[in-house]
Every structure is written in structure tokens, then in C-alpha cells.
Design a protein around this ligand. Sequence first.
Ligand code: SAM
Ligand code: DTB
Ligand code: SF4
Length: 318
Amino acid sequence: MEAENGGLRHDWTAEEVGAIFGQPFMDLIFQAQTVHRANFDPNRIQVSKLISIKTGSCPEDCSYCPQSAHYATGLEKEKLMAVEEVVEAAAQAKAEGASRFCMGAAWRGPKGDDFEVAVAMIEGVKALGMETCATFGLLDKWQASRLKEAGLDYYNHNIDTSPEHYGEVITTRTFQDRLDTLDVVRDAGLHVCSGGIIGLGETTTDRVKMLLTLANMPKHPDSVPINLLIPIAGTPLADAEKPDAFDFIRTIATARIIMPKSFVRLSAGREGMSEEMQTLCFLAGANSIFCGQKLLTAKNAAPGQDKSLFGRLGLSPM
Ligand code: SAM
Ligand code: DTB
Ligand code: SF4
């Protein structure tokens, strides 16, 4: 095993990652919790709040997404929000305990005047003293450095699944397009947030290859969101088979072990997850969540539920 960059590895093989993922469940959780404790306070969770600054009518055909114009999902589309409205929502999220405010837009990538409005939103949120995150789709080099200048801390762009399964899920942009965006984001000095979705009809090997792709990037993403597919009526994945809960937890644990210093986010799909299931995800090394009742368009957590769970588990927000 070659260790570099302070012990962080970027040369994982599919066999190694598959062996971690597939070991007996108790051994996997013990290993993940051991790695977690060596790198983080196990009783603290980073909390982010999402907002959709521009909703629906997206030209991309991501087959899981309620916002794609390719599918009749019944979603009410909304035009770009006003800067003041977004900054006000951020101030409210801060008062509710969120340390990071993440702005999402249903774009293939930002363009023209809309991009400048989004930049003003980032400046406004940053001025509140919050960490800022954006997810605007594909970026070029100039756009990434403009966002950095504006005070952006994190850029989210998911690889979603393995390179092999990707073409089954999205056809309007390639896996390589996504990697190129992540490269410009990293090169601009922004923190990278990148992960994927479990429940897209992928195999265990696909899950392993997705995690391997993330871990073998030049630098591990600072934040790794693991989403459980929220099935959306009208999308091609509306009736996708629900993944086994233990396989979802295995994915989180494996991410924790191979990217030991990254935040692993228990991301979409908490709505409807039992408190015990979420607790197992935390035990497996997840240490970040989205707070609030809404993600971008879908439901997140019932009011008061997170506060109650944190209280009962002795967890506190970072
Ligand atoms: N349009 C931008 C993009 O695709 O990069 C940003 C917003 S997009 C909604 C951000 C991420 O949300 C997607 O990459 C996907 O991983 C996740 N996502 C979208 N719909 C989802 C669903 N139904 N269930 C789980 N995750 C979902
Ligand atoms: C991520 O990995 N998950 C978030 C965030 N990054 C942008 C988005 C989840 C979206 C769930 C569907 C919705 O709310 O529309
Ligand atoms: Fe558009 Fe992003 Fe949804 Fe894909 S995931 S359809 S790019 S909003």
C-alpha cells in the first residue's frame, strides 16, 4: 500500500475497495468508526442548508431528476430568484444552525446575466459570515475563478454513479464533462463537493467504481454527498428498485474508509428513513447532513426531527 499526501491514498484498486465494501458488516462498521474517530470528533455533524435559486426546465436528461425538462414531473418551474430573497433565506438558515448555505440551479451550466446574479448571491451570503456552496452544473475555467473571487467556498458537482453505468442515467453530458468541471473547480482553489446517488439500478461493482473514482482524484473531494434516490413520478427511475438499506450503509462506510479526512454527507433520501437507519449511517462515518424541511424541490426532514435525534444521540452541529 502506497501512502502519500499525509497518508491519504489515490491509488485504490477496484479489488481493494470491493473487499472493504464486501467484508462482514460488523467488521466494516468497526473499521469505518475507527477511521472516523482517528480523523473527526464522532459526536459532531456539519449542517448545510440547500436552496433552489432557479427551479425546473433544465435542458439535461438526468433520469432521476424532478427538474429535467425531458420528463413530466408536475414540478412548478420558477425563474431565477432575487438576490435579496436568497440572502434573507441564508440569514434564516444561519439562525436555525446551518453553517453552510448551498445554492442550486437547474442549469446545464451558468450563462450571461444569470451568472452575474448568482455571483451577487454568493457575495451576499458570504457577507453574512456563512460558508457558501454552489451547484450550477458545468463550469469553465473562467467561471470557476470568478466564483472563487466572489467568495465561494465549495462547489458541488456529483459524478452520480460509476463511469460504466453513467450512460444508462444521463445522455446529455458525459462522465468526462463532469470530471473536467471538477478539475477546473479544484484548480481554481475551491473546495470540491462530489458524490453520487444510490438506487439508480447500479450494481455493487458500480458503487465500488463510483467511490474509487472519487478517491483516486488528484485530491479527495472535501465533501462527499451520498444520496439515496428519491423516486420521482414521471422520471424514468420512478419505479426503480429500492436499494438494500445495508448496502446503502456499506457505501457510506466504504467512503469513510477510503477518504478518511473528507466529510461524508448523508444527503438526499433522509425523509422516510428511520432514526435508527440514520444513526447507523452516522456510525458508519457520515458526518454531514442537509437541514430543513426541503432539499431543492423534494422533502428532507420533518420539523423538529433532527433536533430531537441530535439531542437523543448527543450529537451537536459543527
Ligand atoms: N444542475 C446542477 C447539476 O446537475 O450539477 C445542480 C443541481 S442537481 C439537482 C444536484 C444533484 O442532486 C445531482 O447531481 C444529483 O446527484 C442530486 N439529485 C437530483 N435529483 C435527485 C433525486 N431524485 N434523488 C437523489 N438525488 C438527486
Ligand atoms: C447533492 O448531492 N444532493 C443535493 C445537493 N447535492 C445539491 C441535492 C439533492 C436533490 C434532491 C432532489 C430535489 O430536492 O429536487
Ligand atoms: Fe438538470 Fe442538475 Fe437535474 Fe440534471 S440533476 S436535470 S443537470 S438540475
